[in-house]
Design a protein around this ligand. Structure first.
Ligand SMILES: NC(=O)c1ccc[n+]([C@@H]2O[C@H](COP(=O)([O-])OP(=O)(O)OC[C@H]3O[C@@H](n4cnc5c(N)ncnc54)[C@H](OP(=O)(O)O)[C@@H]3O)[C@@H](O)[C@H]2O)c1
Length: 335
């Protein structure tokens, strides 16, 4: 089968012929129609991720049709599915197993291939209102956003929410979910175009984090926030603590800008802030997220679709942070 392969650290993706995967007793083989990128895939290519292994076919997100399954799971064959990329979450819904947890696409080969092997327990029926491209965009970023804003922050209708870096895949889902749940949502971005898009989608306010005085501007617009959702980290976290209402929740799901060089602890304890960490989601989060997407007929925003042969261009597009929404790679033309 054809697959996109990273042969070694810092190597461009290559289209290679590799053997098709074989299903074990509790596995399914999915013919992948579309896959989608996450920042993780680019970091794996750059050698900046834990547990690296090359050669690897990356890709945590995929949609397609089940073409094979272990003997007791054959009822899945022919069904249109998305894949929950959180393999082996473990027994505790509060956190993923420190020993067994794996994300599809490293160390196991991922979705940027014609076929992928996954545990049957990670299959979820594709929401009927989504195309294969839209469905592929949903899983990893969708479940991360869901857990951050619903399971961890426990969003309630009418609350004021700040979502930073709205161009990001997770941020955009958090935005769509918060709007659908009746929140008043504010966003930041380094791009005026992305700010304008967020306003057109229903943001109550939007500011450019590259502009001098943006913290004061945002305070002027919103007053403060009941919930802050951030994946950027870096020294900007102190601004977020500054903008948070006393007693509010601040959720971190990533650190694109790295660790802060200092944290102003006084802002955290004096304002009685609840600082929450969040990573991907457990199987119940994934099912609840998918059900919410169906109920509210939410459509993932697909920024650009690349053919398999241009996989490397898709990775460079993400690396340049040009996107608004998810970057999709179409694997099967006949979908
Ligand atoms: N814990 C988890 O389970 C989990 C899951 C998925 C992702 N993550 C992490 O979350 C982060 C985002 O992932 P992603 O896949 O959504 O990446 P992405 O789609 O590449 O988004 C990255 C975004 O970060 C934003 N950004 C850059 N500098 C910023 C700043 N100073 N302030 C605010 N935003 C800034 C940019 O937004 P603008 O273009 O709007 O400026 C950019 O589009 C990554 O660090 C990733 O590793 C964690």
């Amino acid at each position: 089968m054809k697959a996109l392969v990273i042969a070694e650290k810092d190597h461009p993706l290559e289209v290679r012929e590799i053997p098709e995967p074989q299903a074990g007793p509790d596995d399914a083989i999915v013919k992948v129609y579309s896959a989608a990128l996450n920042h993780r895939d680019v970091w794996i290519q750059k050698g900046q991720y834990a547990g690296l292994k090359y050669p690897i076919t990356p890709g945590s997100d995929g949609s397609g049709v089940v073409v094979g399954a272990g003997p007791s799971h054959e009822h899945w064959i022919g069904r249109q599915v998305i894949i929950d990329p959180a393999l082996t979450w473990g027994d505790n819904p509060a956190y993923q197993s420190p020993h067994a947890f794996k994300i599809l696409g490293l160390p196991d080969d991922g979705t940027l291939a014609e076929y992928v092997k996954v545990p049957v327990s990670n299959l979820v029926e594709k929401p009927a209102h989504l195309s294969f491209e839209e469905a592929a965009a949903l899983p990893l970023a969708g479940v991360t956003a869901w857990r951050a804003i619903m399971t961890r922050a426990q969003l309630r209708a009418g609350e004021k929410v700040l979502i930073t870096g709205i161009g990001g895949g997770v941020a955009l889902f958090a935005f769509q979910f918060a709007l659908a749940a009746g929140a008043e949502v504010y966003v930041t971005s380094g791009s005026e175009d992305k700010l304008a898009r967020a306003i057109s989608m229903g943001a109550a306010g939007a500011v450019n984090y590259k502009k001098e005085g943006w913290v004061g501007d945002l305070r002027g617009l919103a007053g403060g926030f009941d919930i802050t959702i951030d994946g950027a980290g870096g020294d900007g976290v102190n601004d977020l603590f500054d903008l948070a209402f006393p007693g509010s929740r601040v959720v971190f799901y990533g650190a694109t800008r790295g660790n802060p060089s200092n944290v102003v602890l006084r802002r955290i304890f004096w304002k009685q802030l609840n600082i929450l960490g969040s990573t991907m989601g457990n199987p119940d989060d994934f099912k609840a997220m998918t059900a919410f997407v169906e109920k509210h007929q939410i459509r993932p925003i697909v920024d650009k679709i690349f053919p398999l042969e241009n996989g490397e261009a898709a990775f460079r597009w993400m690396d340049a942070a040009n996107q608004f929404g998810k970057i999709v790679v179409r694997i099967t033309a006949d979908a």
